[in-house]
Design a protein around this ligand. Structure first.
Ligand SMILES: Cc1cc2nc3c(=O)[nH]c(=O)nc-3n(C[C@H](O)[C@H](O)[C@H](O)COP(=O)(O)O)c2cc1C
Length: 336
């Protein structure tokens, strides 16, 4: 209710400024105890060996550096995914790089993994008093050649392994040139082999098993989805996130900003992402949990993802358009 009154004001500003302002305000409001933990527990969700208080999470990209974990969790999310973080800090693409398409309840972003780098993010995690489920989403630096991408993932993995509840491997951002090639069978096979071997070493060192999940794009043919799912089974990957934002511009061609380059998220992505879940589920058959994300703008969108085979779901653009009430409504619906 309050958010629907505030939204017209928030949407008057440049989207990146609004993003910073809103998160800053949320932080202080939480510190000053102007709002309290809205944690919503529902029936036991043990997935990947982790106990989720509820299955509705925050998707990667909103809190790239892990500066707002505590207050975002207080909105009622069952888990928080921070990042994408890369080994070295990087500024991302030139501004403007974030665009609202309000007529379509959508966003186009070409941020390009702007983040403070893995060392700062580790420090931020150490400084938070959050004890819930924390996913850390990692990827390669912009200027790391694709042949060396694996080294970047391994470096991040080593640094965050002991702090993460799970590690999300982002190979699907449309804003880092060629990154999506890592979804090709040959490249993915090699990458998954290295990641699993490192996971096993780190599990021995820390005496803790941290699940690995792979985040994929919505712009894949059925053949590619089948091949990815087969590799996930072969390498005993712990989970898959479907999906990242899309390069497609279907349904929004006539709206302002629709020709901006970058990844499209929100309503136009809903069905596309849900179809990927169906297709993954056809192969996985429940053997590997699917985290469904993409265009969840109301509780029934989330329920559709669960019905398609997702065990957990995540929200980003829906939160921008609908506010925190969406988290509550979604938890209530999917926990029924
Ligand atoms: C502004 C913005 C930044 C994003 N940054 C990241 C990111 O750094 N890493 C990532 O894996 N996904 C990122 N995403 C993708 C989201 O996590 C999510 O997969 C996608 O937006 C689809 O969900 P949605 O329609 O609920 O937003 C970003 C999305 C948006 C809108």
């Amino acid at each position: 209710m309050i958010y629907s009154l505030l939204r017209p004001l928030l949407f008057k500003f440049d989207p990146e400024i609004t993003h910073r302002m809103t998160l800053g305000t949320l932080k202080y409001a939480y510190k000053l105890k102007l709002f309290h933990d809205q944690s919503i527990n529902c029936k036991h969700h043990n997935i990947m060996g982790l106990d989720f208080p509820n299955p509705v999470g925050l998707a990667a990209g909103l809190d790239k550096n892990g500066e707002h974990i505590r207050e975002l969790a207080a909105l009622g999310f069952g888990f928080i995914e921070i990042g994408t973080v890369t080994p070295r800090p990087q500024p991302g693409n030139l501004k403007p790089r974030l665009f609202r398409i309000t007529q379509a309840n959508a966003i186009i972003n070409r941020l390009g993994f702007n983040n403070y780098g893995i060392d700062t993010v580790v420090q931020n995690i150490k400084n938070t008093n959050y004890h819930g489920i924390l996913g850390i989403n990692i990827s390669k630096n912009f200027n790391t050649p694709l042949e060396k991408a694996c080294d970047d993932y391994l470096e991040c993995m080593r640094k965050i392994y002991s702090y993460a509840s799970y590690i999300a491997i982002n190979i699907s951002s449309p804003n880092t040139p060629s990154l999506r090639k890592l979804q090709n069978t040959e490249e993915l096979n090699l990458l998954l082999r290295s990641l699993k071997s490192e996971q096993s070493k780190l599990a021995d060192i820390y005496g803790k098993y941290t699940p690995l999940v792979i985040k994929i794009a919505p712009d894949l043919e059925l053949k590619q989805i089948t091949s990815i799912a087969t590799l996930l089974i072969k390498h005993k990957i712990d989970g898959v996130i479907a999906t990242n934002s899309t390069l497609s511009r279907n349904k929004i061609e006539h709206f302002p900003n629709s020709t901006e380059s970058g990844g499209l998220s929100g309503s136009p992505l809903t069905k596309l992402a849900t179809n990927v879940i169906y297709q993954l589920n056809d192969v996985l058959q429940g053997s590997i949990p699917i985290i469904g994300v993409g265009g969840i703008m109301c509780a029934s969108d989330a329920q559709e993802k669960i019905d398609a085979g997702a065990s957990l779901i995540q929200i980003y653009t829906g939160l921008i358009y609908q506010g925190p009430q969406l988290v509550h409504d979604t938890v209530k619906t999917v926990c029924k």
